[in-house]
Design a protein around this ligand. Sequence first.
Ligand code: NAI
Length: 472
Amino acid sequence: MVENKHWDVVVVGAGPGGYAAAFRASDLGKKVLLIDRDKALGGVCLNRGCIPSKALLHISKVIDDANHLSSVGVVFDAPNIDLEKIRSYKNKIITQLNTGIAQLAKARKVEFLCGAASFLSNNQLLVKDKKISFENCIIASGSTSSMIPNLPDHPSILTSRTALNLDCIPGSLLVIGGGVIGLELGQVYSALGSKVSVVEFMSELIPGADTDITKPLVRKLKKQFESIMLSSKVVKVEALDNGELKVFIENKKETNTYVFERVLVAVGRKPNTDLLNIENTDVKIDENGFISVDVYQRTSVKNIYAIGDIVGNPMLAHKATHEGKVAAEVVSGLSSAMDARAIPSVVYTDPEIAWVGLTENEAQEQGIKYELGEFPWAASGKAMILNASQGKTKILFDPETKHVLGGGVVGPSAGDIISEIALALEMGSDAEDISLTVHPHPTLGETVASAAEMFEGTITDLFIPKKKKKND
Ligand code: NAI
């Protein structure tokens, strides 16, 4: 075994959380080692998740927009899909970003070591034959796709990782799990020509988001997909001799069988704790395998921190990045803490959906009082131009203080628009702060101001009849 240098900070995992932590710690003067079992930096998000899926979703959105244009007098031929070129477009973006991160590491003198890291103690890690000693460690080792039990090990059963390789466009695809990954990749494959079906365990798609926000997406998916089976689960999958898969799907009444060319499993993700030999440390994990941390991202061991998917939901890159910076700053002696008021969620489907802070579902479940400012995009000129009149922007306000509690958006660029509501929430803004901010016209962003005006009763783009007083 080779004894390696001693490091101020060792970061395990080079995803958006890990590299942010490493770079921030280095910028604050620490000697930093970044370790990943993959030699390409950027983690799942960049190499096998957010970035490649959004590159493919961009293509499917353009195909859909081109279809729409035929109804306004601009008719394109049916798309000619060249999978090889699509793959290289996607891979080029990944490589460009990988290279960029490697350059940023080099510029900061953050050293990178490729290999799987496992703990030897509260102060040492093992990577291949190298023993690494550290003052502080930040665990950012992410998550892996969960599988459902009793699935055969078969090349036609895909995870988000293999589905993004885009090896072929199957004639038929069953997506198990109507959550974020299932619907995003389902739309990609549908746009490229697959007949897509979805089976979801719960009674609605994207459980957790408010139904008024998911409604325009569900309406579209009902047209786009072969079938959407809700309150249903896959109980068995059998591989057929011709390479196809026979799938047994159970709903409340019966079990039906279907045959698909490919099956994509998108039923959530599990933390990568099992790879770390965490039992060689005093770090506590919970019953689901997540590492428990405090607001300083510190585990039960004072010099070991954890960030990102490995500490629990929401498993989102931007949450990991934020936590990574907090951990690096705490390690470096700054008085930072994870005190973000809210983490925005975005589903990059067409239409996009996004929400931040309190949802109506949560408010009702928890008995929290709120009032709504809702602006239907049917009254937005920009939305009309973009064929997005079904969109909507809504903000939940505290009825007493008029402060923003949360918000939701559905429509193109919802994921961009939600940032303004997140900022308002983080800054403790009230309805007037938003409505009196001059928004450019015509934009989708101005629907945020319009939602605040709806709440305040100052809207002029719509007519809201005054409530009649009793003696009128
Ligand atoms: P998810 O939790 O969003 O959705 C999984 C869905 O599968 C749920 O609706 C669940 O009810 C359903 N399900 C579970 N077991 C089932 C079964 N046996 N049969 C049928 N349905 C079943 O998880 P997903 O989509 O796999 O994503 C994993 C994580 O990755 C999420 O935490 C998500 O936040 C993150 N992610 C975020 C993205 C984004 O920000 N746009 C994109 C992709 C992933």
